[in-house]
Each structure stands twice: as structure tokens, then as C-alpha cells.
Design a protein around this ligand. Structure first.
Ligand SMILES: *Cc1c(COP(=O)(O)O)cnc(C)c1O
Length: 222
């Protein structure tokens, strides 16, 4: 199936699920995760009219999106991978939303650099809902304090939470937890659900789903 057809099918699925769980389809945004995809694939998604994309590495994102952003004025680009502090400056220049605020040092750097560039990006806090050692993100227990730090001390605009559930667990447990944590902080946006599990994330409150292979097919190995 073509990328345009995949996008169409996923949008139809989103509509069906939102109706069946009493939500509104326009409340859910589909982020097309274009990491490790060819220029041809990315162009196909643009040609199909899609404008919301996610990338997890700065350099790769720059290679594709600096030029596309010059040619299309309505692209929105989310950073969904971890960010090193020495790349904050370039990340703020390129991305529109940072979904992976996951430590104090990064929050401080983002704050300083946004002021410098006078470019204030909405942010999400990445939550390590599975408390996995190898995974980045704030643990649920530390979330409230970290949220206060980000909003009060760093003056970041925290819009919501994102998570990547552990592969071994039923994802719904983690989506429900992220949803509960967002409610406690009065945050409206939830970035959760990927190709294999976005259908479970929508009834649990996802406002952004991040779909890569489901749109583009398998990723290339660089
Ligand atoms: C790669 C990636 C996705 C998309 O994964 P698929 O299984 O290809 O849909 C979503 N979120 C993050 C953070 C990713 O790194």
C-alpha cells in the first residue's frame, strides 16, 4: 500500500476509535515519524498533504527538514528522541515542539536558549512510566517536582506528557498511568501510542499518536 493510503487508513481508524469511545477525531493529532525514512517516502507524505512529523535525531532531522520548512510554511516538527545539551541551540532553531524534556540540565539549557533565540517552543515531559533503567524520562514519583522546576524555575511551557512503554508490558497500563499523571498536573496533551498500539492509546486519552512504520513501512538501516 502507498504512503498516502496508509495515512488515509490510519486517519479512518482514528476516526472510528474516537467515535466509539466518545471523543472527537480532531482532538487526536497524527505525528508521522519519519526517522530513517528516505526523502522519497517523506515527500510522499508531504504530497499526501500531511504536515505533522516527528524525528528523533537532530542531524537527520536537519538533513530533511531544513529545506522542507523553507518550501512549506505549515510543517510542524516534533522532537521525540533524547536531546544532548550541546545540541539544544540547533534543536530549538529547527523543531516546533520538544517532547523529550527529561532532566534538569536539559530544562535549564532549553530555557536559556529559548530566551536567547526568542523562540519559545511548547514542551512535553518524557515520563519513564516503566521505570526502566536504560530508558530516559522522569519517574512518576519525581514528576511533580520536575514539572514545578520546568515551569517555575525554567519558565518552560509544558503542554503535556509523553511516554514509550516497556516492550514487555501491556501498553494500556502505561497509557492509563500517563493519563492519570497528566490529570494530576492539569495537563491537556498526551503523546502516547505508536504503530502497534495507538488504537489502545486513543481511548485512554492520547492527543498525539506517533506512527512510523504504520505509515512509511519498515525503516532503512543507515
Ligand atoms: C520510532 C518511534 C516511534 C514510531 O514507532 P513505530 O513503531 O515505527 O510506529 C514513536 N515514538 C518514538 C519515540 C520513536 O522513537
Amino acid at each position: 500500500m502507498s504512503i498516502a493510503e496508509n495515512l488515509n487508513n490510519i486517519n479512518e481508524t482514528i476516526k472510528k476509535i474516537t467515535v466509539s469511545c466518545g471523543r472527537t477525531a480532531t482532538d487526536i493529532q497524527l505525528i508521522a515519524v519519519s526517522k530513517k525514512q528516505s526523502s522519497t517516502n517523506i515527500q510522499a507524505a508531504l504530497d499526501a498533504g500531511h504536515r505533522l512529523f516527528g524525528e528523533n535525531r537532530l542531524q537527520e532531522a536537519q538533513a530533511h527538514w531544513e529545506k522542507h520548512k523553507q518550501n512549506y510554511d505549515d510543517i510542524t516538527l516534533h522532537l521525540i528522541g533524547s536531546l544532548q545539551t550541546n545540541k539544544v541551540k540547533e534543536a530549538i532553531a529547527l523543531f516546533d515542539v520538544i517532547e523529550t524534556v527529561d532532566r534538569k540540565k536539559l530544562a535549564r539549557h532549553l530555557s536559556k536558549e529559548m530566551k536567547k533565540q526568542n523562540r519559545y517552543l511548547p514542551c512535553f515531559i518524557q515520563v519513564n512510566t516503566g521505570e526502566e533503567e536504560q530508558k530516559s524520562g522522569i519517574t512518576p514519583a519525581n514528576l511533580k517536582a520536575f514539572y514545578e522546576f520546568c515551569t517555575k524555575e525554567c519558565e518552560l511551557e509544558i503542554k503535556g506528557l509523553m511516554c514509550i512503554p516497556p516492550a514487555k508490558d501491556p501498553p494500556a497500563l502505561h497509557f492509563a498511568l500517563l493519563s492519570k499523571l497528566a490529570k494530576e498536573l492539569n495537563l491537556s496533551e498526551l503523546s502516547m501510542g505508536m504503530s502497534s498500539d495507538f488504537e489502545k492509546a486513543i481511548p485512554l486519552g492520547a492527543t498525539y499518536i506517533r506512527v512510523g512504520t504504520g505509515i512509511f513501512g519498515e525503516r532503512e538501516n543507515p
